[in-house]
Structure formats: C-alpha cells, structure tokens
Ligand binder design. Structure first.
Ligand code: CDP
Ligand code: MG
Length: 686
C-alpha cells in the first residue's frame, strides 16, 4: 500500500511536458453560484487566452476558418464565444455556437459562461443536448450544444443560417459528429462565406486540419492561432509491476498521496461510473482510519450520469485543511478543467465505442489509452504549479501504447450517420470530404442494412420512410422498432421502452443492508420476459403512482432518471404523431411486444449455453449476462434472447435482455436476406 512501489520517472517519456516560463496568475476556482461580477472579470482577464483576444478577433475578421490550439484550461471554451459576443458577432439576431462532443461538457460549460455573462441559463447563454433544450430561440446569443445536435440541425437548416460563427471544440476527440461537421462546414462555407468557423482543441495536428480547410483560390481561407502553452513540470511515476485491479490500486494511491504528499487536490482517471463508485467506496471505507493529522478528504465523482448540480460540486473550493479527490471518467482529460489539481492518478484505460463490421456488433470496450491521452492526463497535474502523475501501469506498458486513439468514425456503426447524410442530400458518399474516411466495409454494411430495411431504395436514394426515420432523434434500430409498432399494435409500450432504454441507471441499489431492501423493491417490477418489460413496468408504476421523489426512493428508482424518461417519451411521442404512428396498447400481450422488439434488435440475438453464458448469433461470441439483468440467474424458457447493449471489459457483458423465440430472429433474417439479397445479413445459427 505504500508509494515505494513507484519508480520515479522524472526523465521518462511522460515527463516531456513543457516547463513553465512564467508564473500563471493565481486563478481562483469558481464557485458555481454567487461569484461577484468583479471577481468574474478579473478571473477572465487572468486566463492565458486573454492576452490573445485581439489577435483572435482579428483572425476571425480576416480568415474563414481559424484553427485554435491551446493548453487545456487556457480559456478556449469559456472565453472565445464571449469574445465573439463582445465584438458584435451576435448582433442582428445572429447566434454563436460552440459544439462539444460530450453532453456533460456542454451543460457544465454553459452554466459557467451564463454565470460569467450574467445571464440566466437558457437566456442569453444556453445549451442544447439531445432531449434537453435550455435555450431561447429569440434571446440566446451563445449556444453550447453537442456536435450531434448541430449536425441534426443541418437536416432542418442545411446552411445553418442562424449562426454567424461556429466553434467546433475539442476536435482532438475526433467524435463521429465532429468529423462529419468538419466535412459539412467546409461545404457550407463555400455557399455562405460570411460564416466563421473556429476549430479548437488542446492537442491537435493543426497542420493536417489546415490542409483540410485550405483552398487553392483563397489564401485567407484558413489559419492557425497557437495560444502559448504554459505548463509546470509534472513528475511521472510508473508501477514496477502491473496491477490486476486498477480501481483498488487507484484508491490506495490516492490515500497514500493524502498521507504523504504536500497539499493539492487529486484527480483520478477511471473508465466509467461503476469503477468510479467502487473506488469512492473503497476510499470512504478507509476514512475511518484516517490519522488525525492528515488532511480531511472530500470525495467527489465526475461522470456523465450525474445531474448538472452534482457535476458542479467538483468546482467548489474545499474547506481549509481538506483536499478533494475527484474520481472522473475521461471528461476531465480535456473537456472540463478543475483548478487546484496537483496529483493525477491515471489507470491507463479508457472506455470507447467499437464496432465489428463483419459481425455488425457494436460494443463499449475498455482499452488502453494512447500516448497522447496519457500525456494530456498527466498535464492536468501541472496547470497551476508543478505536480505528479502516478500511472497505474509499467513504463514498458506506456511505451507500447498507440500514439493516439483512432478517430471514432473508423470504429463505430455508421448506419445512423449515413442515413442522416443521405437525408442531407449527400448521395455519393465517396465524394463527401471526410477528414478521415470510415472503413469501406463499415459503409457497405450500413448501406446494405439501410437498403434491406427499406430506408434506402435500390437507386441509392432515401425512401419516404427513410426520410422520416432520419428525422427521429434515436438510432435507426430504435426508430425502426417505433415504426414497426404499428403492425404489432403496441405503440404505447414500445414508445415507453424506447425512452427507458435511452436513459441510464434507472434503479438505485446501494450496497449493504439498504441494498437488500432496494433489491426486493426492484424485484416488484420484474417481468419474467426480461429487462425491457421490467423497465416498462417501472415506468408504468411511476406514472400511475404520481411520480414523486419520495415514491421513487421507496421503490429503488432514480427520480431524476425517471423524470428524464418521461420527458424523452413525450418528445418521441411527437414524432410518432407526426408520422401517424398509432399509440395503441398491446393490452398485456407480451408476445407481440417482444416480436416488435426483435424488429429493432435483430442484430443483437444470443443463445443460452449450458454453462449459463450466451453465444451471439452473429460472430459466435461468448457473452455474460450483466448482474443487474433479471435474467442473470435464470435460463430464458426459449433459450434465446435479444440484448440492448454489449460491453467488453475482461469479459463481454450484455445488458437489458429479453427472451424471444428464435423464429422471430430468423424471420427478420429472412426479410433482410430476401430484400437485401445478402446472405451474410441473416443470423447464422450454430
Ligand atoms: O477550453 P479550455 O480548456 O481552454 O478552458 P476553459 O474550459 O474555457 O476553462 C477556463 C477556466 O475556467 C479554467 O481555469 C477552468 O478551471 C474555469 N472553469 C470553471 O471554473 N468552471 C467551469 N464550469 C468551467 C471552467
Ligand atoms: Mg475546452
């Protein structure tokens, strides 16, 4: 448990961070509410970006595309849109947009900037994320939104005419929609040269983007603005031996830092909510043994499953004599900056989406980070003074990391984005200006699937139903299920299930004795057909019994999650009404409902094996049921299920299962095969 496990890595490859040349002002950490305007102004002026204000505004006047590169925390996300606002870019009803790949970043940054501007959130400064619009059509001048939402807006307004300037932020993340927007915006700028595009990132190969945007006939098309990178030295330490449990190790290391190291807050990188909770639990169990002389610990989580208020707690300044331990996902790597961090603990892994075009199975996978990513994580410790980064892996593991994580577009299912591109009139995907093109096989599978399900015609164009599906703010599979509910006469229930599978963490099961009671409560919703119907039961009970906070806490349900599901359902219902899809009830006929589910999830079929695991219909993968499933300990009567999602850690787990009849899969396979003339599209049994 002691830090003597560490090998000092002062000259290691991870310490290649620039040394600070001048001292950075004493930037006070923001309290989420009630900062006086004066202190806001002086805080703003002290940010490193402030010195570049004139240069930036001049470049925006002169050039079409400005590629801004600058250290995380220097003020790009919060300040640039404000500079544009102050310089008049939002006059005459124009709007300044700033996209974020992560929902959490969009909401937390908008909250911060609203505070700085002195606006109510949703008034002059607002945000839009999927199913949540906190902005005003008339009054919002700075809009933070996810890249997916801005992309969706091009379906309605192809020239994005209400924006005078668009900042595509966190480009180094290379999310699918960021990439698609870069391609589209290049095209839009040709038709609407007055639009300004700002592309910004912490770490970026700026030259390749400059090449992407540069135009042979206009030397003023694009430019790079580098903000000075100030960074204090960060000492890097590695493990001598690899660890088999980095979550526990992270807790131990954070604990030891608190006992042995001078003051400064601790930021721990793990891959997801479950790991974060386990790490915080380990730490809170140790609290009882905290020596009197040691600093008190303020344990905080940061991940996408938290409410905006919960997320903002990490920005609060801790009391004197205590230190914060913030256990976070990748969000804190570049999207969200927390001041005061002096110690970083990096587990060396990240959760990413992956896709196998051969089996057409998508999953979440926990994979080693990249050199770029671990350097960025280490840098979080050296923002306001020198720091230390503890890597929970060996130096040789570091040396074998890939230089960067491949762009998302190369490793996700492109079915939904391609349908949307088609709807935008991009008929020839080969001609689209990709920053990085998706693999040919991925595009091919997506097109086959879309043709087979009747969304794209044989001529390669969208069909009327494809047009409608492209407008739905859900994945193609879910949209298909909503459309097929007409046939199966179960629109009511499918709508609820679609909403409930969009939200996460419906049930709240604490550990210990209380957890056992909560577990019993949860079982009251259990449907023997599986998790989709269990979610449906929970939703129906919630609305039937008044949907209050106290009712939820008595029934192991998260009030916030349930309220979100109600709101999402209401929004999806509008789409169903617009497309004349009836909202009939299946009247308790679970068979019809399950058949309808298969129409959306037919790719995700699996067969029960005698040892309690499952085999995927596509690709014959061994799958383990997630412990939260109602089918965790029970064999499905038919021996077959469909599942909502798949996650790969040490083993592959599937979540949200429903038992089905194998014939139904075959039916869909046949439908797809006969229409799509694609043998490989059908389920392969065996
Ligand atoms: O985008 P970039 O990484 O360049 O920096 P930023 O997100 O604009 O952050 C600038 C400063 O605002 C940092 O010092 C953050 O700590 C602070 N900030 C904050 O205190 N609370 C937020 N919700 C967001 C930013
Ligand atoms: Mg930023």
């Amino acid at each position: 448990m002691a830090l003597r496990f560490w090998k000092p890595g002062t000259a290691g490859p991870g310490s290649s961070l620039d040394r600070a040349t001048e001292s950075e002002g004493n930037i006070v950490s923001a309290s989420p509410a009630g900062i006086s305007q004066l202190s806001v102004q002086s805080q703003r002026e002290r940010l490193p970006i402030a010195k570049h204000r004139q240069k930036l505004l001049y470049s925006v006047e002169k050039y079409g595309v400005i590629i801004v590169v600058g250290q995380t925390g220097c003020g790009k996300t919060t300040q640039l849109p404000q500079y544009l606002l102050e310089a008049g870019w939002a006059a005459d009803g124009n709007v300044i947009a700033c996209t974020q790949p992560r929902r959490v970043a969009a909401t937390s940054v908008a909250t911060r900037v609203a505070n700085e501007v002195g606006s109510l959130l949703g008034d002059e400064v607002g945000y839009t994320i999927r199913f949540e619009d906190v902005s005003s059509k008339e009054r919002t001048r700075i809009l933070y939104l996810t890249d997916g939402m801005l992309f969706r807006e091009t379906l309605i307004d192809p020239l994005l005419s209400r924006y005078s300037a668009i900042m595509i932020d966190e480009v180094h993340e290379r999310s699918v929609y960021t990439d698609l927007l870069l391609g589209l915006l290049k095209k839009i700028r040709r038709k609407r040269p007055s639009l300004r595009l700002i592309v910004s990132s912490a770490t970026l190969d700026a030259n390749s983007l400059l090449n992407f945007f540069q135009s042979p006939d206009n030397p003023d098309e694009a430019t790079i603005v580098s903000l000075e990178g100030r960074m204090y030295p960060v000492e890097v330490a590695y493990l001598n031996e690899p660890t088999s449990d980095y979550v526990r190790k992270a807790a131990e290391v954070a604990w030891n830092i608190n006992l042995q190291q001078p003051s400064g807050d601790i930021l721990v990188f793990l891959t997801g909510r479950e790991e974060i909770e386990r790490c915080l639990e380990e730490l809170s169990e140790m609290l009882a043994t905290l020596p009197k002389h040691a600093p008190r610990l303020l344990l905080l989580a940061l991940h996408a499953g938290l409410s905006t208020n919960e997320q903002l707690r990490v920005f609060e300044t801790p009391e004197k004599g205590s230190r914060r331990v913030i256990v976070s996902t990748n969000i804190a790597e570049a999207s969200v900056t927390i001041d005061g961090i002096k110690y970083v603990v990096d587990c060396g892994f990240v959760k990413i989406r992956t896709y196998n075009p051969t089996t057409t199975l998508s999953s979440l996978a926990t994979v080693p980070t990249s050199i770029a990513s671990s350097t960025q994580r280490a840098g979080r410790a050296g923002r306001t003074s020198s720091g230390v980064c503890y890597r929970l892996y060996t130096m040789s593991a570091f040396e074998s990391l890939p230089p960067a994580t491949p762009p998302e577009i190369t490793r996700v299912d492109m079915t939904t984005p391609i349908l949307q591109l088609k709807s935008l009139g991009v008929d020839d995907l080969m001609k689209f200006e990709w920053v990085t093109a998706p693999p040919a096989e991925t595009v091919l599978r997506a097109l086959e699937g879309l043709i087979a399900s009747g969304m794209i015609g044989e001529d390669g164009r969208l069909t009327p139903i494809g047009e409608q599906v492209s407008e739905c703010p859900v994945e193609v599979g879910v949209a298909r299920m909503l459309f097929r509910s007409k046939e199966f006469k179960c629109g009511q229930e499918i709508l609820t299930i679609a909403a409930m599978t969009t939200v996460q963490d419906v049930f709240v099961i604490p550990d210990g004795a209380q957890g056992a009671i909560a577990e019993l409560e949860r079982r009251k919703f259990t449907a023997e057909e599986g998790d989709h119907l269990t979610l449906l039961n929970a939703y129906n009970a919630f609305t039937k019994y008044g949907g209050t906070k106290s009712w939820c806490s008595g029934h192991a349900l998260s009030f916030r999650t349930m309220s979100r599901a109600v709101s999402i359902r209401a929004q999806l219902k509008k789409y169903m009404q617009r497309f004349n899809l009836p909202l009939e009830s299946c009247q308790g006929d679970a068979k019809r409902l399950r058949e309808c589910l298969v129409s959306g999830y037919w790719r995700n079929g699996a067969r029960w094996m005698a040892d309690g695991t499952y085999k995927s219909v596509r690709g014959n993968k061994i799958l383990h049921v997630h412990p939260t499933s109602v089918l965790f300990t029970r064999k499905p009567r038919s021996g077959w299920v469909i599942f909502h999602e798949m996650e790969e850690t040490k083993k592959t787990q599937i979540r949200i299962l429903t038992e089905i009849e194998p014939d139904w899969l075959l039916d869909h396979g046949h439908v797809y095969e006969s229409k799509g003339k694609q043998e490989s599209m059908g389920p392969q049994f065996g």
